[in-house]
Design a protein around this ligand. Sequence first.
Ligand SMILES: NC(=O)c1ccc[n+]([C@@H]2O[C@H](COP(=O)([O-])OP(=O)(O)OC[C@H]3O[C@@H](n4cnc5c(N)ncnc54)[C@H](OP(=O)(O)O)[C@@H]3O)[C@@H](O)[C@H]2O)c1
Length: 251
Amino acid sequence: MNVGVIGPGDIGEVIVRKLRDADYSVKMANSRGPESLRGLAAKTGAMPVSVEQAVQDVDILFIVVPQKAIPKLPKGLLNKAKKETIVIDVGNYYPFRDGRIDEIENGLTESVWVERQLGRPVVKVFNTIIAKALAEAGRPAGSTDRVALPISGDDPKAKESVAQVIDRIGFDSVDAGTIADSWRQQPGSPVYCTNPTKEELKLWLKNVDRSSLATGREKVLKSYLAVVDADYQTQVNAHRSVLVEEYGNKE
Ligand SMILES: NC(=O)c1ccc[n+]([C@@H]2O[C@H](COP(=O)([O-])OP(=O)(O)OC[C@H]3O[C@@H](n4cnc5c(N)ncnc54)[C@H](OP(=O)(O)O)[C@@H]3O)[C@@H](O)[C@H]2O)c1
C-alpha cells in the first residue's frame, strides 16, 4: 500500500515512523520542501517530495497540518489524487493557534469544514491520540490495554481499510459514525487524548455532550500545558482527569 503524508511535524512524523515500521511505502511533504526532510528520510526510508507529488498515486493520504494551514494548501490539490485515494484528516481546531473560524464556531463539525476546504470526503482518525502515545502505546492485537481510536467517515469501505492499517500499527479502532457526527471525537470529548480501550471508547462516544466540547477543550488545554514535557501516560492522565471524570463515565 502506498501512503502520502502532508505535514510530518509533531504527530505527522510519528505517523511516518509507524507506517515505515509496518513496511508501508511512504511519501512525505511539508511547506519548506523536500530538502528539509532529508534527515527524517534517512532515518525512516520515507521519500521526501513536493506537496503535489505527495497526493499522487497513493492509496491513503494523511493531512496532518494545523487547521489554519488547510486553506493554504495549493488550490485544487486533491484533483491530482486518484478518485479512490482515502484522505485522512488528523487535524483539530484550536482557536488560540488557528485563529477564529466562524463556520466551526457557529456549529459546523470540524472535519466537514475540512472537507469543504479540500473539496473531497475525508476520514477522521488519529486526531484523538497524543503524538508520544502514538509512538509508544501500540500493543499486539488482543492485549487488554490496547488503545482504541475512533474512525469517522461516510464510506464504510474506506473506514475498514483504515481500521486494518491501525491494527497493523498496534491499535484497535471503533467505527464512530459519519463525518457529520465526528464532533464526538473533537477536542473536549472524553475520547480525546485519553487512550481508551475499545470498550471505554464505545461508552464514552455515546456519552459525549456537544455543548460541553469547547469548555472541555479549553479546560484540558490548561492542564495539558502543565505536562507538555512529561511522558505520555502523565499527559493522558491529565486529559482523563478533566474529560473522563467530568464528561465520560455515565452508564
Ligand atoms: N501533536 C499532537 O500530539 C497531535 C495529536 C493529534 C492531532 N494533532 C493535530 O494534527 C495537526 C498537526 O499538529 P502537529 O502538532 O503535528 O503540528 P506541527 O508539529 O506544527 O506540524 C505541522 C506540520 O504541517 C506542515 N505544514 C504546515 N503548513 C503547511 C502547508 N501550508 N503546506 C504543507 N505543510 C504544511 C509543517 O511543515 P513546515 O514546518 O514545513 O511548515 C509540519 O510538518 C493539528 O491540527 C493538531 O491539532 C496533533
